[in-house]
Design a protein around this ligand. Structure first.
Ligand SMILES: Cc1cc2nc3c(=O)[nH]c(=O)nc-3n(C[C@H](O)[C@H](O)[C@H](O)COP(=O)(O)O)c2cc1C
Length: 316
């Protein structure tokens, strides 16, 4: 049997498969054994209490879905006492995802969840930054650096930073996150999209635009993971359209050390353990002793690879 364990900084996970934030809730324990997952990533929480976006908040698209859920929140105190405890006690590392609207508030919120029962903090910096007219922090290297720095100065906990596929220069953003002290990169969040009902002529989402997720975005996410892998030395957790063990292996070959599964769990709540079993089979079939050996092992022609690397560094 292959060794499926992976390492994200100082954290060792029993396997590389974990849920994507917002696509998993404690009720999933009815559908799958939570001790079979690499980690439990909880829906993002924001320090301030808020209602979330106008409805409708989801719309189906070809090969995926659009969502504009926002981050409805009852605040950090409520979260610490009424949400977090349900996830601890499975022996599976718990990852708390934080969203905030200023760099300072990111730092304070991450400090507030730096608890012994929290294995790692994921900062969802793909959310709007009030100090930059609502443009997501991770859209630029400067605002990424500022947010990550603010968090790093407030917590010694393992801390991952979740980037957005909407940024044009992803290599520069990833490097800014690494330089500012992030322990790992999650690549990444949803792709900005829109859908219109041609009869009512209204946008299908109450918020007009929203995030596209699911298989439709997989090639984009895979490309971004590879660009990040070439830009930084910290581990990368791949996310975007993963549905099968082959998808997970593809992300690992592109450079991911672990993967997150989002939309696929809405179609099949039991999909994550199936991906774990599939990875085990794939390793056995292909003679891989440890799944972590896959990370970054996509075979590239050497000359092409060097040229591509220069291109990636220039254009991100
Ligand atoms: C309904 C829904 C809610 C989401 N909520 C969050 C969230 O709270 N925080 C976050 O960082 N990402 C959130 N995401 C993004 C997912 O974590 C993931 O990055 C994205 O969906 C791409 O992965 P997938 O194609 O496997 O779904 C959400 C996605 C969906 C579809």
């Amino acid at each position: 049997m292959a060794d499926l364990s992976v390492r994200i900084g100082e954290l060792v996970l029993r396997n590389p498969v974990m849920p994507a934030s917002g696509c998993f809730a404690i009720e999933y324990r009815e559908a799958l054994d939570l001790t079979q997952l690499g980690a439990l990533v909880i829906k993002s929480v924001s320090p301030a209490s808020r209602a979330g976006n106008p409805t409708p908040r989801v719309a189906e698209t070809h090969g995926g879905m659009l969502n504009s859920i926002g981050i409805p929140s009852k605040g950090l105190d409520y979260y610490r006492h009424h949400v977090l405890p349900a996830y601890t006690g499975y022996g599976t590392p718990v990852v708390v995802s934080i969203s905030a609207d200023t760099a300072e508030s990111f730092g304070e919120a991450c400090e507030g969840v730096s608890l012994p029962e929290v294995a790692a903090i994921e900062a969802n910096i793909s959310c709007p930054n009030l100090e930059a007219d609502g443009m997501a922090f991770a859209m630029s290297p400067e605002t990424t650096y500022k947010a990550v720095r603010a968090i790093r100065s407030k917590t010694a906990h393992p801390f991952w930073v979740k980037l957005t596929p909407n940024a044009s220069n992803i290599a520069a953003v990833a490097r800014a996150a690494e330089d500012a002290g992030a322990d790992a990169i999650v690549m990444g969040n949803t792709v900005l999209g829109m859908a219109i009902d041609v009869r009512s002529r209204k946008p299908k989402l109450g918020n007009v635009m929203g995030g596209l997720s699911g298989p439709a975005i997989k090639p984009i996410a895979l490309r971004l993971v590879h660009q990040c892998y070439r830009a930084v030395r910290i581990p990368i957790i791949g996310c975007g359209g993963i549905q099968t063990a082959e998808d997970a292996a593809e992300f690992m070959l592109a450079g991911a050390s672990a993967v997150q599964v989002g939309t696929a769990s809405f179609r099949d709540p039991g999909v994550m353990p199936k991906i774990v079993e599939g990875l085990e089979r794939l390793c056995a079939e292909t003679g891989v002793a440890c799944v972590r050996e896959l990370t970054g092992q996509v075979e590239l022609d050497r000359q092409l690879s060097d040229r591509w690397l220069r291109f990636a560094q220039q254009s991100g």
